[in-house]
Design a protein around this ligand. Structure first.
Ligand code: FAD
Length: 554
């Protein structure tokens, strides 16, 4: 929809199309408010497509004494597991325990027992060294004294955002991507009366009137609403992940370990047919309007961790498919080490403008309620939604006809698309009801999302609606021909536009999702030299020689 077709008047306008904005949109739509969400880039383009994809209590918050934060997150995890099967799924984690490790076995036991109490179910168990090693045979045996297994959950972060947005639209709300709020308009007594929006591509502008505005712009929040708390400000912290194919890093469980360099916890998570390893936690000083990128130092840190814990696995950067980095909106009160900063959220109120930022993917409903409670006095008289009611419309447990797809695949499709999964499958040819190699994504998902989910660019399609840009080598380059064939009838792109989209997507992928050494190699192949790329290319050669040697010696 173009801005000129958009109604002029709204009860509520939400700025930011990440999990926080999407959660608020869903709850506001359940309240029957006339609500609009605007996102300056694509839905979930910010942090909400770049997380570790865990729906978790956060064991480490217990160590810091943040019992309430963990309790709330565990409760949300349990709610979402019931509410969104196929999108939020239980995941068992293994935690090794070594001699002299901090936190040691006793502390971990206390933490995991508290976790179980919060979930009202005993979910953890200790294995002795033999039993634990059977589950991860390539683990470093030196000093291993056994380990725990416990339960948490995982999701597809950008699909969770999309599901919330699509459900809200089905209940009458409106959401537009590539639409930025450029200013917040106030009347003579300073009360919010509307916003100025711009379509970031067509440059069309429009003034919209509203009773209240919720600023859910994560790391960007202080641009629209400077912190009213003198000593508390947003501190953007970058976290990066490496993506490996599951045959190179064969783990069936989540796996957490203390990094040998700084005793920080790092996770490996099987996800969508691949394995994610992360995260780092560093101050992010770069321009927030650019896609964040993993640095060479972060790559080395993560590789060092993997090689120390799995020394016999012979894993190297040659195996790595892609990388991604995200920036946490963390509220900082004093200069603590990044990993010790609080993950709690704040709500600021200023005459019709409510800002909500910080928090976690897992606790999005709590952020939504707090923001809506704060905005209530500016809004028409309606009750907040019942917290126990479902946020997603139900999907059947199984289809009337299965079209040869396994139960697990239907569960995944219902989780991501709700009832629309039936249409997705009915529209597909049998050859498209097969998996894109190395992933759990069906070919048939591509034309369906291209047609129904506001795709403006190829990166919207391959990095956020489906995730094959992260899950297959070189951003899925080998599949471009088939993707184009599948989507050309539903996307209004001529040949020239497809060529441009592919070029822009590949440039973006190289810049933001290739490893620094891969980037240098690709740029060298394209004959684009810079001092930085030559340095990185020499490093690539060094790794290649080391990798070949170690394979040779093995
Ligand atoms: C590396 C990493 C790992 C993480 N792992 C987990 C995890 O496993 N589990 C968990 O629970 N949490 C995790 N988190 C935290 C979680 O991802 C974030 O708390 C959450 O995604 C923040 O969502 P948000 O909607 O507030 O911000 P964003 O997702 O950043 O959304 C804000 C949006 O606002 C838009 N915007 C900004 N300005 C404007 C404007 N003027 N007009 C219109 N739009 C605008 C931006 O483009 C952006 O898309 C992780 C975070 C990181 C960085």
């Amino acid at each position: 929809m173009s801005l000129s077709q958009l109604p002029d008047n709204w009860d509520l306008i939400i700025i930011g199309g990440g999990i926080t904005g999407a959660g608020i949109l869903r709850e506001a739509s359940r309240m029957g408010l006339r609500t609009l969400l605007v996102e300056q880039k694509d839905f979930a383009w910010g942090t909400s497509s770049r997380s570790s994809k865990l729906v978790h209590g956060g064991l480490r918050y217990l160590k810091e004494g943040k019992f309430m934060l963990t309790k709330i997150a565990v409760e949300e995890r349990e709610y979402l597991l019931k509410e969104a099967p196929g999108l939020v799924e239980s995941l068992a984690f293994l935690l090794p325990v070594y001699e002299d490790q901090r936190p040691g076995r006793r502390t971990l036991k206390v933490g995991l027992s508290l976790y179980d109490i919060m979930a009202h179910e005993r979910q953890h168990k200790f294995y002795d060294t033999d039993e634990f090693s059977k589950r991860i045979p390539f683990i470093n045996p030196e000093g291993l004294t056994g380990g725990f297994i416990y339960l948490d959950a995982q999701t597809d972060d950008s699909r969770l955002v999309l599901r919330l947005i699509l459900e809200s639209m089905a209940s009458g709300a409106m959401a537009l991507n590539y639409t930025a709020v450029t200013s917040i308009l106030r009347n003579a007594d300073g009360h919010v009366k509307g916003v100025e929006v711009t379509d970031t591509e067509t440059k069309e502008n429009k003034t919209l009137a509203t009773q209240a505005v919720i600023n859910a712009t994560g790391c960007w929040a202080e641009r629209l609403h400077p912190s009213p708390e003198k000593n508390r400000h947003l501190r953007p912290l970058r976290g990066s992940h490496l993506v490996f194919p599951s045959d190179a890093l064969p783990i069936n469980h989540g796996f957490g370990f203390m990094h040998s360099r700084d005793n920080r916890s790092v996770f490996m998570v099987p996800w969508e047919g691949a394995v994610l390893v992360g995260t780092t936690d560093l101050d992010h000083k770069e321009d927030l309007s650019r896609e964040p990128t993993i640095t060479e130092a972060e790559v080395n840190y993560l590789m060092e961790g993997i090689q120390a814990i799995f020394p016999s696995l012979d894993i190297s950067l040659e195996n790595c498919i892609a990388a991604f980095a995200g920036v946490r909106p963390v509220l900082s009160e004093d200069d603590r080490p990044p990993s010790e900063e609080s993950r709690e959220h704040v709500v600021w109120i200023d005459k019709g403008l409510v800002t909500v930022t910080g928090g976690k993917l897992t606790t999005f409903r709590r952020l939504a309620w707090d923001a809506l409670k704060a905005a209530k006095s500016f809004l028409p008289l309606v009750e907040l939604p019942d917290k126990k009611d479902p946020i997603f419309s139900g999907a059947p447990d199984k289809p009337q006809k299965d079209y040869g797809l396994a139960e697990h695949t239907w569960r995944r499709l219902y989780g991501r698309y709700g009832k629309a999964a039936n249409t997705l499958v009915q529209m597909a040819t049998p050859e498209n009801l097969t998996f894109i190699p190395g992933t759990e994504t069906l070919w048939a998902e591509l034309p369906f999302v291209a047609q129904t989910e506001q795709i403006r660019h190829l990166d919207d399609l391959l990095l956020r609606r489906v995730r094959i840009g992260l899950l297959t080598p070189y951003g899925g380059k080998a599949y471009f021909k088939r993707i184009r064939k599948l989507c050309r009838d539903v996307l209004p792109w001529d040949r020239r536009r497809w060529r441009k989209e592919i070029k822009n997507y590949l440039d973006l992928w190289i810049q933001s999702h290739a490893l620094p050494v891969q980037r240098a190699k690709i740029l060298a192949e394209r004959k684009i030299f810079s001092l930085k790329s030559i340095r990185a290319f020499l490093k690539y050669l060094y790794y290649k020689i080391r990798f070949t040697k170690s394979r040779h010696n093995a």
